[in-house]
Structure formats: structure tokens, C-alpha cells
Design a protein. Structure first.
Length: 642
């Protein structure tokens, strides 16, 4: 059984994108009608937006918030506040603006609404650190806790990547130290682990695309959770060191957190192995301290106190200052221990993780992912980085051997070698692994109310022969005659005239013309244009099931795994019309073979249609002895986006 004490610090949190639009409502909810708007110089654009949202509720403004909350600045702001007889405070900005707001609230008792633009988390704590005569004094009081926090993800989209990283790691530090705090409780544990996981996944995404809204939301959500932990439980060695370095050596706050955290964690790791394991799991790394170091390094964040401008000669006095007062920490804090932590942080060494293969592999993966960081296109960075992560994870999860990997490379080499103008083995591979259908599913799911698409396959050829309306694409090949009468419409049902419709199919034996060198030219393929009713009609033959080519690596794969090579009988269509999205699809013969085990996973229920048996006169009077079939269908095309 776990014994614990849990204290919550009540504040109202409004979270989302565009939530600044609710500031006025939130101010009025606190009974205020004349607020002081606080910000700092660099946040002019953000405070202008807030001013616009608040309109007549703003009675005065002060944009002079600075780091470390000096009391002289607070006095100036207090003058503005009193002169305008305000009844509430709205602060937009990072830790400095929040600090000023808290200092004013402590002196006046006025309610506060904070809109944070960084990940500092202090907006949800009842703690205020002020500087008086160069000394930082920290106090805690319910009067300091802001009443309302409005998190608006839109206000974080333009935070530069370097600040995003350091501010995000500042939040990470709150969560990490909450987990091994002597005051930790089940609520803060959950909040801290959730925050760590969000930070671990959001930061790399933001490095690829700093305006990724979902990643921004994850990080801001994490900042709130980590701030809540900071409010609820005491912090340890890491915070003490950062406090000392910030106050006594004038090092920048968030950057110092970023450099020191992996080293403080490495120091505490032997005393909190369970916590470190949970942090490592939340981050998806084998070892927590080195994992944090690698994360920061891969994001281009600062890793050494030297780079932050600290003189090596200051290390001894910093260690002495940090060791001078006792404070709770999972591992006993000694002067030598602190000196060791500071030396590691000053040099920027990677904290030694356990010498495991996993750790090395994780480092290798991150190194490869980071190698794409300079690629100019964000999408390229994301796709290549993620591909590498998945490939490395696949190799690791299956313990792939050297011989197996050489076999795989040989397989791919042969797949490439067999490709040519009429043979596309990579398409076959993608199709038989279901990847083409997966991509197709995702694409098609974005266009409801339209005909589902289906894989293109390897047998399409550019520029098929023009076929007149009512013409015959069978080239005289044997088979059951098929009359095709299809219409092309838009999502509203209106006919789409002049659409270019390419059709292609296999012969009665299941071969495409490109597989039959004895054929003189293209057969069983054609290009038609829809008439004013959006209609095309032509003769062909009933398609039959067929095996995909089995004489290459893909055929070997199917044989080796006991899979049959057959496709269900179908007719291919590719439809292009101005103002509409191209539709690539297939119509399958209902009742045909292999409908439920198509080897390329291409069958969709809506595409299985009747190729209705007929006898007697044909629609265009063509004489046909015996059975013929007819296919009637209406395609619905999606409009072009935007
Ligand atoms: C086809 O339908 O032409 C096809 C599709 C995928 C793989 C092989 C053939
Ligand atoms: Fe086909």
C-alpha cells in the first residue's frame, strides 16, 4: 500500500486552439471589467491579438516584464495598475510575464488570467520567485496562484525551435523531478509520465515542422501537466542546481535546465532505478539520462554549460553554493557529487547509460534520423526519419541476422533487375504486401460519396488506343462478349461530359497484352471520352481470374508462403475529367472466383457488380450467337480539392 498526501491547486484551465477568443468571457467570469494587460516587448504581436479580443475590458497595459521578476519592475507596473483602478490582470507571455502577474496579484489580491506562450508551467503554481538587490527570493501562497489559465495552441506556433526545445525540456525537468520527489503521489506520477511521453514525441516532430499543430498541442498539454506536478510536489537536485546557476552565475533559465537535466538524472539514477525505467519507457529510449541527452542533441539544443558562457573557473564556487543547504533528493547530495554533475554538464559529456545494445541502437537510430535534419522539405524529413525508425525497430524486434538481411537485399535486387518497360515487380511487391491497398484506402477514405478507388496494378500503359463510342477493344480475341455501358457523374449526380476514360483488362486466359509478345499491338485496352450524358459504351470480353506473374521474386514469395497468386476477375478504369480528382478503380465480376482472397487485397464490396448474362438482340444490333454479358455502372467523381 502506498501512503501519500495529495494537494491540488485549484485553477480553471481552458485549452485548445483559438481559445484566446474566450478571454473576455473568462475575465467577466471572474467579475472583472477593467483589466491590466501584461506582456513584454518581444510579444507585441501576441499582446495585440489579446488586446483585440478583450476590447473595452482593457483599462491599462504594461509591456515591461523581464526575467527573474525584479521588484523595481513590479513597482513600476504597480503604479500603472493603481492609476487605472483595474480590477483584474491578464498576462500574455512566458515565465517572466507570469512572474510579474503573480507579483502584482500577491500585492493587490487581484484575480489573474494567464495566456502562456512558452512551456514554463509556472502559470499553474502558487510559487513566486522575485529578485531584490540581485538576490532571488521564492515564496508560495494561494494568493499567487492564477485563477484562470487560457492555453491557446495558436499562440505557440511561432515560438522559435531553439526556445521550443529549451522550454520543452524545462517542462520535462518538472515532470522528471516530480517522479522521484519524496512528495510524489499517484496523481502526479500519472501526470508526469503523460507529460514526459508527450514531450518525447512532440519535440522531434516540431524539429521537423515547428508549426505542427498537433505536436504543439501535445507540448502545451505536457507543459500544463508538468507545471501541475511542479505545483504539487517538491523538486530535487536538478532544480537546486539550476536555481544556483541562474541566480549566482546569470545563466539563462531554460537553457540551463536543458543542459543540466541529463546529468542530474544520471546522478540520481542509482537511487531511483524504477523511476528511471518508467521515464525511459515513456520516452521510448533504453536509458533515461542518456536518452534525454540524445534527445536534446538530436534537436540541436544546448548540451554544455561552457556553450552557455559559464567559466570553468566558476565550477568550484557553483558546486559549493549548491551544496551549502540541504534539500530533499533521492540520492544523498555531496559536494563531490555536485562537482561531478557540474563538470559533466560543463563539458557536455553524454551521461554514460548502461552499456547495452539497445542504447547503442537507439543512438544510432537518432543519429540517422538527425542526418536528415537539413533536408529542406519538412515532409521529406518526417517520412525518411519515420521510415528509419520503423526499419530499425523492425530489425531490433525480430533480431534480424546478417544472413537474413543479405537475403532481403538480394530479394530487392532481383525485384529491381526484373523490372522493365512491361514488367513492374516493385508494384507487384507493394500490391501483394497490401501496401498499395493501404495507401489507396487512406486516400479514398478522404472522399466520401464517391466511387471507391482500387490499385492501379502493373499493367496500365500510357496512351492506350483511342476507341470510338460503341467500339470494340477485344481485338477479335475469343471470349464471352461484354457490352459495357457506364456513366460518369459528379457527387451531385450531374453527368460529367468529355471525361477521358482509360480501360484495360486481361484476356480469357488471364493475360494482358503486354505479357503476350506474339500480339501485334495493344488489345483489351482503350481510351474513350464521355458524351454529353457522361456516358461511354463499348464492346469487350468478360474478364476472367488470372494469376499475377509468378516467375519473379514476388511469385517466389507467394509460393514460399503458400499463398495463391490469383486476382479476382475485373475490368480496370482510369477516369480523368477537368475539375475532378482522377479516379483509378476496378469493377469486379460478382460471383467471380477469388473475390474473398484476391492476392493483392484489391476487392471492395462496392466495386463488385453484376456483369449480367444476356441473350438475344444486343443494344447496338451487333449479331451475337449465344450468351453475352452487360455491365451497367455509374461512377461518381470527387471534385478537385480547394
Ligand atoms: C492488375 O489488376 O492488373 C494487378 C494489380 C496488382 C498486381 C498485379 C496485377
Ligand atoms: Fe488487372
Amino acid at each position: 500500500m502506498r501512503t501519500f498526501v495529495y494537494t491540488s491547486h485549484p485553477s480553471r484551465v481552458v485549452f485548445g486552439a483559438g481559445t484566446a477568443g474566450r478571454l473576455g468571457e473568462e475575465v467577466e467570469r471572474l467579475g472583472c471589467s477593467r483589466v491590466l494587460l501584461l506582456s513584454s516587448g518581444p510579444l507585441a504581436a501576441a499582446s495585440a491579438k489579446v488586446r483585440q479580443e478583450l476590447g473595452g475590458l482593457v483599462a491599462a497595459e504594461f509591456d515591461g516584464a523581464v526575467m527573474h521578476t525584479p521588484v523595481e519592475v513590479t513597482e513600476q507596473a504597480l503604479g500603472v495598475l493603481r492609476e487605472a483602478s483595474v480590477d483584474g490582470i491578464v498576462a500574455v507571455g512566458g515565465g517572466s510575464t507570469t512572474g510579474l502577474s503573480k507579483a502584482l496579484a500577491l500585492r493587490t489580491g487581484l484575480p489573474q488570467v494567464i495566456l502562456p506562450t512558452t512551456y514554463a508551467g509556472s502559470e499553474v503554481t502558487p510559487v513566486l520567485g522575485e529578485t531584490r538587490d540581485g538576490r532571488k527570493v521564492t515564496q508560495s501562497s494561494p494568493a499567487i496562484l492564477p485563477e484562470t489559465v487560457v492555453y491557446d495552441v495558436d499562440f505557440t506556433l511561432t515560438l522559435p525551435l531553439s526556445l521550443t526545445v529549451t522550454s520543452g525540456v524545462n517542462a520535462l525537468a518538472h515532470a522528471v523531478e516530480a517522479l522521484y520527489s519524496a512528495d510524489a503521489d499517484p496523481v502526479t506520477d500519472q501526470q508526469a509520465l503523460d507529460a514526459i511521453a508527450r514531450i518525447g514525441r512532440a519535440l522531434p516532430r516540431l524539429a521537423a515542422d515547428p508549426a505542427d499543430l498537433e505536436a504543439r498541442a501535445d507540448l502545451l498539454h505536457a507543459a500544463w501537466l508538468a507545471g501541475t506536478c511542479l505545483a504539487a510536489v517538491g523538486m530535487g537536485l536538478h532544480h537546486k542546481l539550476c536555481h544556483t546557476l541562474g541566480g549566482g552565475f546569470d545563466l539563462p533559465h531554460a537553457e540551463t535546465h536543458t543542459v543540466v537535466l541529463p546529468h542530474a538524472m544520471a546522478y540520481n539514477a542509482p537511487a531511483a532505478p524504477g523511476v528511471m525505467r518508467r521515464i525511459a519507457d515513456a520516452l521510448g529510449v533504453p536509458d533515461a539520462p542518456s536518452g534525454v541527452h540524445d534527445l536534446v542533441a538530436s534537436l540541436g539544443g544546448p548540451t554544455s554549460l561552457r556553450d552557455l558562457g559559464m567559466a570553468e573557473s566558476d565550477l568550484a564556487s557553483a558546486a559549493q553554493a549548491a551544496a551549502s543547504t540541504p534539500y530533499p533528493n533521492p540520492r544523498e547530495v555531496t559536494a563531490e557529487g555536485i562537482a561531478e554533475v557540474l563538470a559533466g554538464a560543463w563539458h557536455g559529456c553524454r551521461p554514460a547509460g548502461p552499456p547495452s545494445t539497445e542504447a547503442e541502437l537507439a543512438r544510432l537510430t537518432e543519429q540517422v534520423v538527425a542526418s536528415f535534419a537539413q533536408a529542406p522539405e519538412a515532409r521529406v524529413r518526417t517520412l525518411l526519419g519515420d521510415l528509419v525508425r520503423h526499419l530499425h525497430a523492425f530489425v531490433a524486434a525480430n533480431d534480424v541476422t546478417d544472413a537474413e538481411w543479405r537475403h532481403a537485399i538480394d530479394f530487392l535486387t532481383r525485384t529491381g533487375e526484373i523490372c522493365g518497360p512491361t514488367r513492374q515487380e516493385f508494384v507487384l511487391l507493394s500490391d501483394t504486401l497490401g501496401v498499395s491497398s493501404a495507401v489507396d484506402l487512406l486516400t479514398n477514405s478522404r472522399t466520401p460519396h464517391t466511387t471507391p478507388s482500387a490499385v492501379l496494378g502493373p499493367f496500365y500503359t500510357e496512351g492506350p488506343p483511342d476507341t470510338p463510342r460503341g467500339g470494340d477493344i477485344s481485338g477479335g480475341l475469343p471470349g464471352t462478349p461484354l457490352w459495357v455501358d457506364v456513366r460518369v457523374a459528379d457527387t451531385g449526380g450531374a453527368p460529367v461530359a468529355d471525361a477521358v476514360v482509360d480501360v484495360w483488362q486481361s484476356d480469357e486466359d488471364g493475360f494482358y497484352d503486354v505479357q503476350l509478345p506474339e500480339l501485334a499491338g495493344p488489345v483489351l485496352r482503350g481510351r474513350l471520352r464521355t458524351d454529353a450524358e457522361g456516358r461511354i459504351r463499348f464492346w469487350s470480353i468478360l474478364p476472367s481470374e488470372y494469376p499475377i506473374p509468378g516467375d519473379g521474386p514476388v511469385g517466389q514469395m507467394l509460393k514460399a508462403t503458400g499463398r495463391h497468386p490469383f486476382r479476382a476477375p475485373h475490368l480496370h478504369f482510369m477516369i480523368d475529367a477537368p475539375g475532378h480528382r482522377r479516379l483509378v478503380t476496378q469493377l469486379f465480376v460478382s460471383g467471380g472466383a477469388y473475390l474473398d482472397s484476391d492476392t493483392v487485397f484489391g476487392v471492395k464490396d462496392e466495386l463488385v457488380v453484376d456483369f449480367t448474362p444476356q441473350s438475344g438482340p444486343t443494344p447496338d444490333g451487333r449479331p451475337v450467337d449465344g450468351e453475352w454479358r452487360r455491365l451497367d455502372y455509374r461512377f461518381r467523381l470527387a471534385p478537385l480539392a480547394g
